[in-house]
Design a protein around this ligand. Structure first.
Ligand code: SAM
Length: 296
């Protein structure tokens, strides 16, 4: 029997009724009911028959179905057990989809990628993300050295703007630096609330992040580097000098060393975190090695 696309109001409503499904707000369940938006997301991700796709939160399969038609394989992580029998039904025509009923923040992604997408030439993450955990999901995927080539992901507008922010703007912060370090980011499109069921409270944006072959700067301990950059933004209205006094162990006792460290990196201690480029943070990081009394 020929079915309508899942991403239509009528098919989505029919599935909801048939399975007595009610949305869980706490899981960020806003399902896509517009196939045109899905096509734009898929076009931006340049998927072909050699691409493996990781999807986070397939819901009832609206995006998954269209991904399955273009990609070699789709690996989708869905936390909500109630959606598994629905996905079994909606995705039955697509033998190249594997649904894993696990929390994306806890799953052994490397293992599943190796098992189900190991043979694919290219791996893309394509998802309409659960907004309440957008940042942890992206940080977790980027920082784990997974074989991912890029991401085309829908998220709430504010987070998308932070990922894509230029130095000196209000949206620029530690998240912009992590994203810039690992990827080249660009905006794909803004999305109206009307394409979701139920409509979310916030505006949405689709962002593309392509993994860089090498990070933009050379850092030997990424964890330490990102803790250091985050420290510059703890209180955005304060100078970096002030913020770093709170970051370092016994920072208030090391005021002189902090000023000396900033000056050694040619950074005026009165500047604010949002004015520092990623290269300037890299210089600060290198200089920090000469100030062993400054412990993070
Ligand atoms: N892809 C579907 C669509 O566009 O119609 C649903 C997108 S909805 C915004 C987010 C989905 O992520 C929901 O299906 C939700 O149950 C799922 N989800 C929420 N938290 C999750 C987690 N920690 N791990 C995996 N999936 C999660």
């Amino acid at each position: 029997m020929e079915h309508k696309d899942i991403a239509t109001p009528s098919r989505t409503r029919a599935l909801l009724e048939q399975h007595h499904f009610n949305f869980k707000k706490s899981l960020g369940q806003n399902f896509l009911i517009d196939v045109n938006i899905i096509r734009k997301i898929i076009d931006a991700s340049e998927i072909d028959a050699t691409t493996g796709v990781i999807e986070i939160g397939p819901g009832m399969g609206s995006l998954t179905e269209q991904l399955a038609k273009k990609a070699q394989n789709v690996l989708a992580f869905e936390i909500d057990q109630r959606l598994i029998p629905i996905l079994d039904e909606t995705l039955a025509p697509y033998s190249n989809v594997q649904v894993i009923n696990e929390d994306i923040l806890k799953a052994d992604i490397a293992h599943y990628v190796q098992t189900y997408l190991g043979h694919c030439e290219r791996i893309m993450v394509v998802a309409n993300l659960p907004y309440y955990i957008t940042t942890p999901i992206l940080l977790n995927l980027m920082q784990r050295s997974l074989p991912i080539d890029g991401y085309v992901v829908m998220m709430q507008k504010e987070v998308g703007e932070r990922l894509n922010a230029q130095v000196g703007t209000k949206a620029y912060g530690s998240l912009s630096i992590v994203a810039q370090y690992y990827t080249e980011t660009s905006k794909v499109l803004t999305v109206p609330k009307t394409v979701f069921m139920p409509p979310p409270n916030v505006d949405s944006i689709v962002v593309k992040l392509m993994q860089r072959p090498y990070p933009q700067i050379d850092i030997d301990d990424e964890d330490r580097f990102f803790k250091m950059t985050k420290g510059a933004f703890t209180q955005r209205r304060k100078t970096i000098n002030n913020n770093y006094q709170s970051l370092f162990v016994d920072g208030k006792k090391h005021k002189k060393a902090i000023t000396a460290w900033l000056e050694a990196a040619n950074i005026n201690p009165k500047r604010r975190g949002e004015t520092l480029t990623i290269e300037e943070f890299a210089t600060l990081y290198e200089q920090l090695k000469n100030f062993p009394e400054l412990e993070i």
